[in-house]
Design a protein around this ligand. Structure first.
Ligand code: ATP
Ligand code: MG
Length: 850
């Protein structure tokens, strides 16, 4: 088997090869960003298959996001020269667990009920219908989860205002991340949620099974319990999955770790790759410690370290390394690259968030058209692609890597969209003589410097996205948003999905609850209560309960008629799902029609109604990618990223968290301001844990960039309608001077962009003088290599650059004029004329004019 050609191995360096070729036994690959961990991992899969060591379905590969899973499928597919026959199990922990749980749902029993059960008040005779989970279970979204918890909290006699459902959801989630079932929660946690946490958790779990539902955390928790309680089932999968691979291992939580350890116990062929510096999900229970435990749990593991970075230019790499060096708790590692020097990391300050968005929009258009700064990147060379290919052939060198190809393209003054590069690369990998012709054709065509696809904006908080979306819509710049306020989280989409859920499983009581009176059917609280009680008393689902209620005449008037119509509808739609004769797309349209939901929005006069109708259309369109409604619902329940038409050329806007593992030629990192990034919460925390996680996030952000990395910040930002004055992030200070270029734009100083001058709500914001005299701003200006800008000189005029001294008159935006009594480092003791004695930060005041 070893003598089959394995050309893909030529693309790897010796250490990567070792990771790809050490097939048996545990392997831990621990290395920094862009060192080719994922590449080595996918090559390893290809190698497993190519050498016949494993059949596709004997391989289990876990990634962190669905996007990453897709990329990995693509890469493996490419290695194998087209979509492989039968693919390995590749996906996120969650998506793989859904598959497993659907097979074994009945092994999740309902737990015995305690006598003081919060659910049994008033109808203790009721027996729950379900005794175990069924394989048709639905996956709850956060909304459903919160609604359910609210009911339980109220039933427990707690004031939901003081004891909010969201907090309980957080507590429970945390426990689930540790693989604690209600019975397993340790005594030390018993005081959680006003001493009722564990009890509510037990009630919640029971209720979920009654509803034939699971939440996100259950997917793992249930599968781990099944493995722990059913040796035969575990043994079956242990035999089955002979090779296990895990990417982004640093972000696994305890439950995931247990899951892996159980599955790998027999064959011990587990390969984990990760980077402790990129651990950014501590807040969700991830444990970097899992990396350290690996060698203990899998003694004899081959530990592989990679140090060459193939992604970024030296400047970008140096900036990232300097920032992450600020963290104490690191395993520590060096990175180097052979890439050409490239551009320094660019730093740009703005007046406010809107100006920041405007500027980024212009930069993107420049980058695309090869204007302005981006023009200098032309560097035509004579060496043709064919010559290069000849040379490689003569010298018996390996295949062309993407990196090399992009470099040639770059050297000849041409840039290609990722799509074209990929396509060409596919041909190259097959040694196709068409490659050269294609290359020439590409050279001849007027191509952009950067395609939109090659550009990403990575935000810390999703509220930052709006400014970019607004701006890009205005100037017609195509973009896609991944994550953030997701399409599938919008009200109308969730309503529509609730109808779809009922069509697939009519016993989905949470879905029923959501839409029973949407659109209005005259079924208010009283009617809904009756349905609930009837269902509870008969131990049946809400739809069934409603049917019984109707038959017994327990409900009358308009409500009865409408309820009958709804229930009949659900029955009909369900029938259509079962007999499978209507296409699911048609069915979806029928459902939205017959339920009156579409009409409901058509009749709505509010300004957002047309948008909602559009979204509904888009929802139906999204169904085209799926075979049936159930598959679609599952997908939506699982997606962590919103993946529409990746092929279109669009700028990507996403969160830093979502960008893990990805790479882009040009990266914009906006909003580097204290309180935003690092987040206020991480700054308020005692200790450095939160701050270190934020710093790792900064490291992840910078290391996504291949060629151009631009960091920006603004002096004023509107957060949820409130203007706030911002200070440049402490991470800006940590950027190494030698690798950073501080940009200045005319707009900032009232030059070029006349209209950019702040207009609205000016009085609410900090004055420019306040900002320019702030230490962060001064530091930034002091670094600018383009000489003192107008802003800097203005600051000097205002005398804010030199230290204040006692006796001096100053002005503060907040307190007005005052006299300095004393100075201590950055803090001034001031007697304000109107406001009296105050301590203020020097950065917030300016010297008063004399
Ligand atoms: P991250 O920590 O961000 O997930 P990573 O270590 O997984 O990064 P990859 O995404 O696998 O890194 O690789 C980064 C880039 O370097 C990719 O474009 C990949 O194709 C390229 N690359 C990796 N190894 C090599 C190699 N030996 N030769 C040329 N290019 C390589
Ligand atoms: Mg990776």
């Amino acid at each position: 088997m070893a003598d089959r050609p394995a050309p893909y191995l030529d693309d790897l360096n010796p250490e990567q090869r070792r990771a790809a070729e050490t097939l048996d036994g545990p392997v831990l690959m621990l290395a920094g960003a862009g060192t080719g961990k994922t590449k080595a991992l996918t090559t390893r899969i290809a190698h497993l298959l190519n050498t016949g060591t494993a059949l596709p379905n004997q391989i289990l590969a876990v990634t962190f996001t669905n996007k990453a899973a897709r990329e990995m499928k693509d890469r493996v597919g490419r290695h194998l020269g087209g979509p492989a026959e039968g693919m390995p199990w590749m996906g996120t922990f969650h998506s793989i667990c859904v598959k497993l749980l659907r097979r074994h749902a009945e092994l999740i029993p309902i737990r015995a009920q305690a006598s003081d059960d919060v659910l049994d008040e008033g109808d203790s005779a009721a027996q729950p219908a379900a005794v175990h989970l069924k394989n048709t279970f639905t996956i709850l979204d956060t909304d459903d989860q919160i609604r359910l918890l609210k009911q339980l909290i109220t039933a427990e006699g707690l004031d939901e205002k003081r004891w909010p459902a969201r907090a309980l959801a957080g507590v429970i989630d945390n426990w689930k991340n540790r693989a604690w079932t209600p019975e397993a929660v340790p005594a030390a946690e018993s005081s959680a949620f006003n001493d009722r946490g564990v009890k509510l958790y037990a009630a919640y779990q029971r209720r979920l099974i009654e509803l034939n539902a699971v939440d996100f955390g259950d997917l793992l928790l249930h599968v781990v319990s099944i493995f722990q309680n059913h040796e035969d089932v575990l043994a079956q999968y242990q035999r089955w999955f002979r090779y296990i691979l895990v990417d982004e291992y640093q972000d696994t939580n305890v439950a995931q770790y247990l899951w892996l350890r159980l599955l790998a116990a027999k064959h011990r062929n587990i390969c984990c790759v990760g980077d402790d510096d990129q651990s950014i999900y501590g807040w969700r229970g991830a444990e970097v410690g899992n990396i350290l435990r690996f060698e203990k749990d899998f003694p004899g593991a081959a530990v592989i370290r990679l140090e060459q970075n193939y992604r970024s230019t030296p400047h970008i790499l140096a900036a990232a390394s300097a920032v992450i060096a600020g963290n104490k708790g690191r395993l520590g590692k060096e990175l180097w690259t052979e890439a050409e020097e490239g551009e320094k990391v660019r730093l740009m300050g703005h007046w406010d968030g809107e100006e920041e968005a405007r500027w980024v929009g212009e930069e993107i258009e420049d980058a695309r058209a090869g204007r302005g700064r981006y023009r200098d990147r032309d560097n035509p060379r004579s060496e043709t692609f064919q010559q290069e290919l000849d040379r490689r052939a003569k010298q018996g060198l390996g295949r062309v890597t993407r990196q090399e190809f992009v470099r040639w393209a770059f050297e000849s003054g041409t840039a290609f969209s990722d799509f074209k590069v990929q396509k060409l690369l596919k041909i190259l990998l097959r040694d196709d003589p068409k490659a050269e012709n294609m290359y020439k054709a590409l050279l001849a065509s007027p191509v952009d410097k950067y395609s939109y696809n090659e550009i990403v904006i990575l935000v810390r908080a999703s509220h930052q996205m709006r400014a970019f979306e607004d701006r890009f819509l205005t100037i017609g710049l195509p973009y896609r948003v991944i994550g953030g306020p997701r399409f599938y989280e919008r009200l109308e989409i969730r309503d529509a999905m609730a109808y779809f859920r009922l069509a697939v499983s009519p016993d989905d009581s949470l879905a029923f609850e959501r839409i029973v009176n949407t659109p209005k059917r005259g079924l208010g609280n009283v009617a809904q209560q009756k349905i609930q009680t009837t269902a509870r008393a008969n131990g049946v689902s809400l739809v069934e309960g409603a049917r019984i209620l109707l038959e017994s005449g327990g409900i009358g008037g308009k409500g009865a008629k409408e309820l009958r119509a709804l229930i009949d509808g659900i029955g009909r739609w369900h029938g259509a799902v079962l007999d499978d004769r209507t296409s699911h797309i048609e069915l979806a349209e029928v459902i939205l029609d017959e339920s009156g939901y579409t009409t409901h929005w058509q009749n709505d006069k509010s300004p957002d109604a047309p948008g909602r109708l559009e979204n509904l259309k888009e929802l139906v369109k999204a169904l085209e990618n799926f075979d049936n409604l159930q598959g679609f619902l599952e997908h939506v329940a699982l997606i962590m990223d919103n993946d529409r038409e990746e092929a279109e050329d669009k700028v990507t806007i996403m969160t830093l968290h979502g960008a893990k593992g990805l790479e882009f030629p040009a990266v914009f990192l906006p909003g580097w301001e204290d309180g935003l990034f690092p987040s206020q919460r991480s700054m308020d925390e005692s200790g450095v844990k939160g701050l270190e996680e934020e710093r790792r996030l900064a490291y992840v952000g910078i290391t996504r960039a291949e060629e151009i990395c631009t960091i920006t910040f603004a002096a004023n930002r509107r957060v949820y309608g409130q203007w706030q004055s911002q200070m440049p992030s402490r991470f800006v200070d940590e950027l190494p001077e030698d690798h950073v270029e501080v940009l200045t734009a005319p707009g900032l100083y009232g030059g070029g962009y006349g209209a950019a001058a702040p207009s609205a709500a000016v009085e609410e914001r900090a004055s420019k003088a306040d900002v320019y005299s702030s230490p962060g701003w001064k530091r930034m200006q002091a670094r600018s290599q383009s000489g003192p800008s107008r802003a800097a000189s203005m600051v000097i005029d205002a005398k804010a650059v030199s230290k204040f001294t006692a006796g001096e008159r100053i002005f503060s935006q907040k307190f007005g004029y005052g006299t300095i009594l004393g100075v201590e480092n950055d803090t001034l003791d001031v007697e304000f004329d109107k406001a009296g004695a105050k301590k203020v930060k020097a950065g917030f005041v300016v010297a008063a004019e004399r």
